[in-house]
Design a protein around this ligand. Structure first.
Ligand code: SAM
Length: 342
């Protein structure tokens, strides 16, 4: 089968011919420009790859686990089981596939695994590993008819938090974007496959964040305040979190919520493993230090923000700490509605 390369939004991904075991899918039609700040965050995150940080979502840990990857693998297997990826030939789409760990696991189960991702660095990494990954935003799939009806299941593992920006919230577009994402997941699934599922993992907040706070430079906000931590997170990671229950409203009329699991503790443990690895890297890995130095020269504000946010104010890990952490990680399984009742 041949993977046809089409136009992109000028992203410098290396083109790669399709091969056996891949689906015949063209490059999606460019429709929406991927967010520059999300792309930049993953250009900077690529530096962490030299410290062995290649999985960016949550994990699920048991008492005998010893490494970051033990919990990540358990979480990925859970997501694959939930989506029904158990038969050879299962056609799986992952939205925001990072460095492709979930796609590799799906392939090992015999699936035809396809990823879309806005990060050119990660797409190239995945393609070098023989994975079928396209450099685009998932939003392009809405108007890419060759992709419709092609999949038996869809997973978005930790990418949903980037889909809405504070500017979208201010413009009243938040629910519209989530609703469209469910419409897209519905469209790309094969209506003839019985019981298709969409599985998401996403950080949520109890009360809506003020979008204006996220746009205020973090250093102007009071030290130690939630406002400053969330502003740091946005100015480094770029995105916005849904409120508990919001996705369920936006999923109608495309999907109904079938199962929900709280994975906040697993995300905390995974994040602590990453923090230890990053500190060790800072002291022992010249490649990591050199990568950070180059990033500081090329993108001073965002790199400095991410360094302060990660190592000093620890905004990332802060999200999961305390008796009542400020965020909740939900793993949600959505069952596709056969009829869309608009
Ligand atoms: C936190 S990472 C999770 C990566 C991977 N799923 C994992 O578990 O390691 C979020 C991923 O979503 C991708 N992403 C963010 N917004 C996207 C969009 N609109 N369309 C496609 N991919 C997107 C990012 O480039 C990144 O690879």
């Amino acid at each position: 089968m041949v993977v046809v390369q089409g136009k992109t939004h000028g992203t410098p991904c290396r083109a790669k011919a399709g091969s056996l075991g891949q689906m015949a899918l063209p490059q999606p039609n460019p429709r929406i420009k991927p967010s520059k700040s999300v792309k930049l965050c993953y250009t900077l995150m690529y530096v962490a790859e030299t410290a062995g940080i290649r999985e960016l979502a949550d994990g699920e840990y048991g008492p005998h686990d010893k490494t970051l990857e033990d919990g990540i693998d358990r979480q990925i297997n859970y997501l694959l089981d939930q989506v029904g990826c158990s038969q050879p030939g299962f056609r799986l789409l992952e939205i925001g596939c990072g460095y492709g760990r979930l796609l590799r696991k799906a392939k090992a189960r015999g699936a035809l695994a396809v990823g879309v991702n806005v990060s050119a660095e990660q797409v190239n990494y995945c393609r070098d590993q023989g994975l079928q990954v396209y450099c685009c935003t998932y939003r392009d799939l809405l108007e890419s008819p060759e992709w419709h009806g092609q999949f038996d299941g869809v997973i978005a593992n930790g990418s949903l938090e980037h889909w809405v920006q504070p500017e979208d919230v201010k413009a009243g577009k938040m629910n519209e974007i989530y609703n469209e994402s469910f419409a897209i997941a519905h469209k790309v699934m094969d209506p003839d496959t019985p019981d298709t599922r969409y599985v998401t993992t996403a950080l949520h907040v109890k009360h809506a964040l003020n979008p204006d706070d996220l746009l205020i430079p973090w250093y102007r906000l009071p030290r130690g305040s939630n406002r400053r931590q969330f502003s740091l997170l946005h100015q480094w990671f770029s995105g916005y979190y849904p409120v508990l229950g919001q996705l369920e409203v936006c999923a109608k009329p495309f999907f109904s919520l079938e199962k929900e699991v709280d994975g906040t503790l697993g995300y905390k443990i995974a994040s602590e493993y990453r923090m230890t690895r990053m500190w060790r890297g800072l002291y022992t890995n010249p490649k990591l230090v050199w990568g950070i130095a180059k990033a500081l020269v090329r993108h001073p504000y965002t790199t400095a923000t991410s360094l302060v946010g990660y190592f000093i104010e620890q905004a990332w890990d802060w999200q999961f700490r305390g008796k009542e952490p400020p965020t909740t990680l939900l793993r949600q399984t959505w069952k596709r509605n056969a009829q869309v009742l608009l």
